[in-house]
Design a protein around this ligand. Structure first.
Ligand SMILES: Nc1nc2c(c(=O)[nH]1)N[C@H]1C(S)=C(S)[C@@H](COP(=O)(O)O)O[C@H]1N2
Ligand SMILES: [Mo]
Length: 419
C-alpha cells in the first residue's frame, strides 16, 4: 500500500516534469499511458534502480582535525572499476579545497627553458591518454590504520585505501617538452592547492615515463575529493606521489624532503639503527579476497564463488593462488579479463564450503615474478623479529602481506591478521 502510494507520487512528479520538458500540455490519454511505464526522461536518468542497494552506502569515513579518510567498500566491489563516488579519499588538510576551474592554473617552473602556466582548457587541447590504473595509499592494510579506524576489521577498513579508475589527462612528458628541461634537471616537486599545500617529490625519469596530469576519472571530471580540477597521477607508485588539486610543478636537481615525506611518510627502521628510508615508490604485489571477507556472514554450507582483487605497481598480475584450508593447499584462481598493468585484476575461485571452520587466503605473483609475502615473511623483510611483529609499530606502511579470513562454523567471517 505504502509503496503503491509513493509509486503514484513518483509518477505524478515525473509526469509533470515530462509534460514540462515536452513544452506543451499533455493529453489525458498520454498521462494515463505513463501510469504503467514511467517516462524515461532526464529526471530518472542517473538514478539507481528502485530496490538496488547502492554499494557501500555507509561508505566509511573518519575525520580528525588534520585528516579526512574515506574507504572504498571492497566487499561490494565487482569487476575492476571503482565508481568515482566510492573512490577512497585521503587528505592531510581538514577540509577540501573548492577550486574555480576558470581561475585555476598549473605552473611548471624551476630548471626549465620556458616556465609555463596552463589553464584547464589549455590542457584539454593537448594530446590526451586514458588508462586504467589502481591508486593505493601506502598506509593501506597497515595495523596502525586498522587499529585506529576499524570499528570492525572488514576488508573495507583494512584494505579499502585502494581503488581503480580510468584516468584521462595529458602525459607530463608532453608538458615538460613544452617547457624544455635544463641540464642537471633530475627531480620534480609538485604542490597542491589545498590549505596545507601538500607537496611531493618525483624522480624525473618516472615523470617522463608514464605520469599524467589527469582531469577526468571514469568518464567524468575528476571529483573534488580526488583533486578537481587537476591531479598528478603516478601509476603503480604509492598514492602520495599523485598530488591532488595540482597547482605547481618545480623542476629541481635533487630530491627534496617535503614535510609529509620526511615527517609523516617515512618509516623508522630498527634494523638500520633507527634511521629511516626517505622514499618509497612502487607498490609491491598484493591481493585480497573481497568476498567472503571480514564482517560478512555465509548463510550456510554449499557453493560460493570466492572473489577478490590483485594488483602490483611493477606491472601486470601473472598469477593468483587461493587456499581454502589455511595455506596447506593452493589452487590457481581464474583471472578475469582484462588483466592490465598497474590496475586491479579481478580473480575468482569456485568453492564449496563444508561447514567447518577454515581460513581463506590469496597470494599474488606479478609479471616480475615477485610473490606476495605472509605477514611473518614481510616482518622479516622489514627487519622486525618474529616476536616484535608489525602490529607493535605505529608507523608501518607498505604492508602487502597475505590477508587471512577466518570462516567460523556459524558462517561468520573474521580478520585473522590483526585481530
Ligand atoms: N594535494 C594533496 N594531494 C594528495 C594528498 C593530500 O592530502 N593533498 N594526499 C595524498 C595521499 S597520502 C593519498 S593516499 C592520495 C589519496 O588520493 P585519493 O584521495 O584520490 O584517493 O592523495 C595524495 N595526494
Ligand atoms: Mo596516503
Amino acid at each position: 500500500m505504502n509503496s503503491n502510494r509513493s509509486g503514484r507520487r513518483r509518477f505524478l512528479k515525473y509526469g509533470a516534469m515530462a509534460a514540462l520538458a515536452a513544452g506543451s500540455g499533455r493529453s489525458a490519454r498520454g498521462q494515463s499511458a505513463g501510469l504503467e511505464v514511467p517516462p524515461h526522461d532526464a529526471q530518472t536518468h542517473g538514478e539507481p534502480s528502485r530496490g538496488a542497494t547502492t554499494p557501500g552506502s555507509g561508505l566509511a569515513v573518519t575525520t580528525s582535525t588534520s585528516h579526512i579518510s574515506h574507504y572504498t567498500p571492497l566487499q561490494d566491489s565487482v569487476g575492476i572499476i571503482t565508481p568515482a563516488a566510492l573512490h577512497f579519499m585521503q587528505t592531510h588538510s581538514s577540509r577540501l579545497p573548492d577550486i574555480d576551474p576558470q581561475q585555476h592554473r598549473l605552473s611548471i617552473h624551476g630548471m626549465v627553458d620556458r616556465p609555463l602556466s596552463f589553464t584547464v582548457e589549455e590542457l584539454k587541447r593537448l594530446p590526451s591518454v586514458s588508462r586504467i590504473y589502481f591508486l593505493e595509499c601506502h598506509a593501506n592494510g597497515s595495523p596502525h590504520h586498522s587499529a585506529r579506524d576499524a570499528k570492525m576489521p572488514s576488508v573495507q577498513f583494512i584494505h579499502g585505501m585502494t581503488s581503480c579508475s580510468e584516468w584521462t589527462g595529458v602525459p607530463l612528458s608532453v608538458l615538460l617538452k613544452e617547457t624544455g628541461l635544463q641540464k642537471g634537471a633530475s627531480w620534480l616537486v609538485s604542490e597542491g592547492a589545498d590549505a596545507d599545500k601538500f607537496s611531493h617529490t618525483l624522480p624525473l625519469a618516472k615523470a617522463l615515463d608514464d605520469v599524467m596530469v589527469a582531469y577526468a576519472q571514469n568518464g567524468e571530471p575528476v571529483r573534488r575529493e580526488q583533486g578537481y580540477p587537476l591531479r598528478l597521477f603516478v601509476p603503480g607508485w604509492e598514492a602520495p606521489h599523485s598530488v591532488k588539486w595540482l597547482r605547481h610543478i618545480k623542476v629541481v636537481d635533487q630530491p627534496y624532503m617535503t614535510w609529509n615525506e620526511s615527517m609523516n611518510h617515512s618509516i623508522v627502521r630498527r634494523d638500520l639503527g633507527g634511521k629511516s628510508r626517505w622514499y618509497h615508490f612502487e607498490i609491491a604485489p598484493k591481493s585480497v579476497i573481497t568476498r567472503p571477507s571480514g564482517g560478512l556472514q555465509l548463510p550456510g554450507r554449499g557453493f560460493y564463488e570466492i572473489t577478490g582483487l590483485a594488483w602490483s605497481g611493477a606491472g601486470a598480475v601473472r598469477r593468483v593462488e587461493v587456499s581454502t584450508d589455511g595455506g596447506r593447499h593452493w589452487k590457481d584462481a581464474k583471472l578475469q579479463e582484462p588483466v592490465l598493468r598497474m590496475a586491479h585484476t579481478r580473480f575468482t575461485l569456485d568453492w564449496t564450503w563444508d561447514g567447518e571452520e577454515t581460513v581463506l587466503l590469496s597470494r599474488c605473483t606479478d609479471e616480475r615474478g615477485e610473490v606476495q609475502p605472509s605477514l611473518a615473511e614481510l616482518s622479516r623483510n622489514w627487519g622486525f623479529s618474529d616476536t616484535d611483529k608489525l602490529q607493535a609499530t605505529s608507523r608501518t606502511i607498505h604492508i602487502n602481506a597475505i590477508q587471512p579470513w577466518l570462516v567460523a562454523r556459524d558462517g561468520s567471517v573474521h580478520d585473522a591478521m590483526f585481530s
